[in-house]
Design a protein around this ligand. Structure first.
Ligand code: NAP
Ligand code: ZN
Length: 353
């Protein structure tokens, strides 16, 4: 039998999120049911709920930074037992047989990974609903183990903000002596600072806000550069091996290219869409520079990142909110008024009207 679950949903691009009851499927053999304790609020939740990417289906229950406790397992589940702490990120399935899946790159599945919400379940053709809810049912292959020692609320944002910044830092082999810059100090940006520092890099933050300097330094930055200040950018010409750009909206990437060292890479993880203004290839060609993109990370890589965080005592800096305050949190996120990730305390769902 399916289970009726309480959550919060967007019903259109314009309306505020509101309570929504829906069905979670009956467990398949390899499924794990998780009672959700915490769910982070990602800027992607806002993009999706407001249909910025043009592919929204409503009602939509957002949320892909999920931490909870296992409350039920299917008969063939071997990796989890009732009572375990567990996490779910942006994906709940993929084809499992393409070249990308074979390499543990499920996020780049050639047949399209199934997203945790606003996706289509491969077996039943139903819409997936995310973590702004009391319970989720996911195949054990897409459930992460939460190592002991991690603060559960602070671990929730690792499932998206964490892995999305960890994966490019690892792919571009950041380590001791690397010079890394991060553009934008929000949910992704603050994890990028922490990870780059923990990996031994020299770390710079580009921000529009000088007021963020003290926080940036506490989070791992060695310096902050005001992204709106041309002279300040110029003083950093040719400096960076890797720039992780987390800005969510169209912005001028050309401003950052001169700060790359020869052979350096600027990786876009924030904005999805045509660049405006367009990208000038000349400075790329003249110094073998790269502008690249990166999407979350694979399941095994996500597990490695969580294990690293437990070992290093790393987690997100969060502001815990009640789910009734979700629409206010979205508004504050638009104003970049977040330090540095909102996480919903799902116990508040019981108070929902
Ligand atoms: P966030 O918490 O809102 O942080 C974004 C930061 O970017 C802000 O704090 C701000 O930093 C800066 N910013 C915001 N608006 C800007 C603008 N118009 N121009 C320049 N800078 C601006 O967002 P987030 O949750 O970190 O997500 C960032 C982006 O990554 C979103 O677009 C999200 O959809 C995307 N994302 C991608 C992936 C992936 O797999 N690639 C995964 C998760 C999220 P300052 O105030 O310091 O300038
Ligand atoms: Zn996200």
């Amino acid at each position: 039998m399916s289970t009726t679950v309480r959550g919060y949903a967007a019903f259109s691009a314009e309306e505020p999120l509101a309570p929504f009851d829906f069905e979670r499927r009956r467990l398949r053999d390899d499924d794990v049911a998780i009672a959700i304790l915490y769910c982070g609020i990602c800027h992607s939740d806002l993009h999706n709920a407001r249909n910025h990417w043009g592919n929204a289906t409503y009602p939509m229950v957002p949320g892909h930074e999920i931490i909870g406790r296992v409350v039920e397992v299917g008969p063939s589940v071997t990796r989890f037992k009732v009572g375990d702490a567990a996490g779910v990120g942006c994906m709940v399935d993929s084809c499992g047989h393409c070249a990308a899946c074979g390499q543990g790159l499920e996020q780049y599945c050639e047949n399209h990974a199934t997203y945790t919400y606003n996706g289509v379940d491969l077996q039943e053709g139903t819409t997936t609903y995310g973590g702004y809810s009391e319970r989720i049912v996911v195949s054990q292959d897409f459930v992460l183990r939460v190592p002991p020692g991690l603060d559960l609320a602070g671990a929730a944002p690792l499932l998206c903000a964490g892995i999305t910044t960890w994966s490019p830092l690892r792919h571009w082999q950041v380590g001791a002596g690397s010079r890394v810059a991060v553009v934008g100090l929000g949910g992704l940006g603050h994890m990028a600072l922490k990870f780059a520092k923990a990996l031994g890099a020299d770390v710079t933050l580009f921000s529009r806000s000088a007021a963020k300097e003290a926080d940036a330094r506490r989070l791992g930055a060695d310096r902050i550069v005001l992204s709106t200040d041309a002279a300040h950018r110029k003083a950093n010409t040719g400096r960076f091996d890797l720039i992780v750009d987390t800005v969510p909206y169209a912005h001028d990437v050309n401003l950052y290219v001169p700060t790359l060292a020869t052979g350096g890479t600027l990786v876009l993880v924030g904005y999805l869409g045509p660049l405006d203004p367009t990208l000038n290839s000349a400075p790329l060609v003249m110094n073998r520079k790269t502008v690249a993109g990166s999407l979350i990370g694979g399941i095994a890589e996500t597990q490695k990142m969580l294990d690293f965080c437990a070992k290093q005592g790393l987690a997100a800096d969060i502001e815990l909110i009640r789910i009734q305050d979700i629409n206010h949190a979205f508004e504050r996120m638009v104003r970049s008024d977040v330090k540095y990730r909102f996480v919903i305390d799902m116990a508040s769902l019981k108070d929902a009207a």
